[in-house]
Structure formats: structure tokens, C-alpha cells
Design a protein around this ligand. Structure first.
Ligand code: C2E
Ligand code: MG
Ligand code: MG
Ligand code: MG
Length: 285
């Protein structure tokens, strides 16, 4: 080890450490400075209106490619970014990139377009969140209804009062709040009762179980009916088969997202997809 490494995390590596701990420290170290080295990018996955097959928006999904680590999955690096606090600056990178892209797509291709951005618990608790989002919307000349913020159960732990106020501030700008991964956690129903969501995203595990298991379609159908009774729109995640989209269409699901339509795509490829505009072939077959 050279002296120049300073407080480099490598110093803490020892023979006895297990591979998982080493990997985690390695990722944490490489994640510092990854924004300024331009190692992050966004992929965009279209969100399809079930009735029309139109692309009504996209979910922005973060990607990280490091020269020595290669492509690292968000399932692996997001939890580390959350634990270290790095998710806050990384999250602002995501918001800025996603809103910048959205402003160009609205001008080039269409009127309404909604971009969905995932928010971690730490970002949600950041007192600067609301003002930063407001400033970015202004900067890119976007109205609030061009943006959805996706949150999972983890965001909803903590002060109910604080969360209610944050929801109110966000929704007063016209921004939509989506409950992501609905049905995956323990308390989805309870949170739906306590807070006002605009959108509910049915967790993709329900689609994965769809063909094997009679329970999954019944729960999908019941979730859609319940959401609609509460005036909440529904997006089905992880739609991969024709049988799934047919079932969702029959049961009045509002929107769908999944490999059946498209994988998350890099900026330029997503833009090409926007030119094609629709997936009515998949929906009317
Ligand atoms: P998520 O928000 O639930 O995103 C949906 C995930 O499902 C994405 O995984 C997407 O690629 C994947 N997916 C989409 N369609 C299908 C399908 O038809 N089949 C299957 N099997 N998977 C599908 P991805 O991109 O690996 O992201 C994983 C998770 O990482 C996200 O889950 C989200 O929780 C988190 N994440 C991604 N980007 C960000 C970000 O910018 N900020 C934060 N805080 N979290 C993020
Ligand atoms: Mg880049
Ligand atoms: Mg999401
Ligand atoms: Mg999800």
C-alpha cells in the first residue's frame, strides 16, 4: 500500500474479511466521485396506456458503469448509496438528468409526458428536496404534472406528520406520488389508508406468479378495483406476456410497464421508440 492512499477504504481490507464485505467496501469507495467522473447514466422504460397503447411517459432507472467494476446493478449499489448518504447527491443527478430529458422530449415529440423518478428514504427526508425539485421544474420549463415520484414502504417509516406535510407540498405542485412495489412489503394497505397516493404500481412479483398461481390474478384484479375506488391510478410492473396484458386490459388496469413493451433503454434509443409512439399492435392482437 502506498502512503498516498490516505484514508482510502482499501486500508481496511484484511485477509479475514469475507468476499461480501470486501465487495461492499470496494463499491462504496468507487462510488465516491462517480458522479464527477460521469459514470452514471439513466435508462428509460416506457409506460404504456393500456386502452390506447400510447407511451404516456417513462420510468428513469439509474445505471452505473465503473472502469474497473464494469456495470453494477442498482439492486446492489442503491442500498449502499442509501447507507452511505451518497444517494442524496446521486438522486439530484437523477432528477436533473430525467427532467432535462423530459423537457426536450415534450418539445420534440408530444404534449403530455410523465417522467417517473425513484426516491430513496434519505432523499425524501432531505429538507432541500422540495425546493430543489421546484427549481429544476422552473429551470426546464416543466409543470409539476410532468413528474411522478416513486416511493417504497421504507420512505413511509418515521414521522407521519412530516410525511403528510411532504406529500402535501409535493402534490400542491401537481407532482404525482406513486407507491412503488405495491404488495411486496408488509404494510402496503395500511400506507394506502394513511396517505394520499396518485398512483399505485403493482409489484412485478405478481406478474411473475401470474401463470403458475391462481392467487396472483385474483390479487391483481382486487388491487385494481380497490385503487380505483380510492381514485388512485394503477400501473402494472414487469409485464412480460400477452396473457398478462390481456388480463390487465380486461380488468381495467390503467398503465403497464415491462419487457413485453420494452426494456429500459439508453437516452437515444428511448428517443427512437418515442418516434414510433405506440404499441397498439400488442394490445389489440
Ligand atoms: P423499481 O423502481 O421497481 O424498477 C423496476 C425494475 O424492474 C427495474 O430494475 C426494471 O429494469 C425492472 N423491470 C422492468 N420491466 C421488467 C420486466 O418485464 N421483467 C422483469 N423481471 N423486470 C423488469 P432495475 O433498473 O434493475 O432497478 C432496480 C431497482 O433499483 C428499482 O426498482 C428501484 O427500486 C431502484 N432504482 C433504480 N434507479 C433508481 C434511482 O434513480 N433512485 C433510486 N432511489 N432507486 C433506483
Ligand atoms: Mg453520461
Ligand atoms: Mg420504481
Ligand atoms: Mg417497482
Amino acid at each position: 500500500h502506498s502512503k498516498n492512499q490516505g484514508r482510502n477504504a482499501y486500508h481496511f481490507f484484511t485477509e479475514g474479511m469475507n468476499a461480501g464485505v470486501k465487495r461492499r467496501l470496494m463499491l462504496e469507495e468507487k462510488m465516491h466521485g462517480a458522479i464527477s467522473r460521469d459514470e452514471f447514466s439513466l435508462h428509460y422504460q416506457p409506460v404504456i396506456e393500456v386502452n390506447t397503447g400510447n407511451i404516456i411517459g417513462a420510468e428513469a432507472l439509474l445505471r452505473w458503469k465503473n472502469p474497473s467494476l464494469g456495470q453494477v446493478s442498482p439492486e446492489e449499489f442503491i442500498p449502499i448509496a442509501e447507507q452511505t448518504g451518497l444517494i442524496v447527491p446521486i438522486g439530484y443527478y437523477v432528477l436533473n438528468e430525467a427532467l432535462k430529458a423530459t423537457s426536450t422530449w415534450i418539445v420534440k415529440y408530444r404534449g403530455p409526458f410523465n417522467i417517473a423518478v425513484n426516491l430513496s428514504p434519505l432523499q425524501f427526508k432531505d429538507p432541500k428536496l422540495i425546493n430543489t425539485v421546484k427549481r429544476l421544474l422552473d429551470q426546464y420549463n416543466l409543470s409539476g404534472n410532468s413528474l411522478s415520484l416513486e416511493i417504497t414502504e421504507g420512505v413511509l417509516l418515521g414521522s407521519k406528520h412530516y410525511i403528510r406535510q411532504a406529500f402535501a407540498d409535493i402534490q400542491s405542485m401537481g407532482i404525482k406520488i406513486s407507491m412503488d412495489d405495491f404488495g411486496k412489503g408488509y404494510s402496503s394497505l395500511n400506507y394506502l389508508r394513511q396517505h394520499t397516493f396518485n398512483t399505485l404500481k403493482i409489484d412485478r412479483s405478481f406478474m411473475q406468479d401470474f401463470e403458475r398461481d391462481k392467487t396472483a390474478p385474483a390479487l391483481i384484479n382486487a388491487t385494481i378495483a380497490m385503487a380505483h375506488a380510492l381514485d388512485v391510478e394503477v400501473i402494472a410492473e414487469g409485464v412480460e406476456t400477452q396473457a398478462q396484458i390481456d388480463y390487465l386490459t380486461e380488468n381495467s388496469c390503467d398503465y403497464a410497464q415491462g419487457y413485453l413493451f420494452s426494456k429500459p433503454l439508453p437516452h437515444a434509443e428511448f428517443e427512437q421508440l418515442l418516434c414510433l409512439d405506440e404499441f397498439s399492435d400488442v394490445l389489440t392482437s
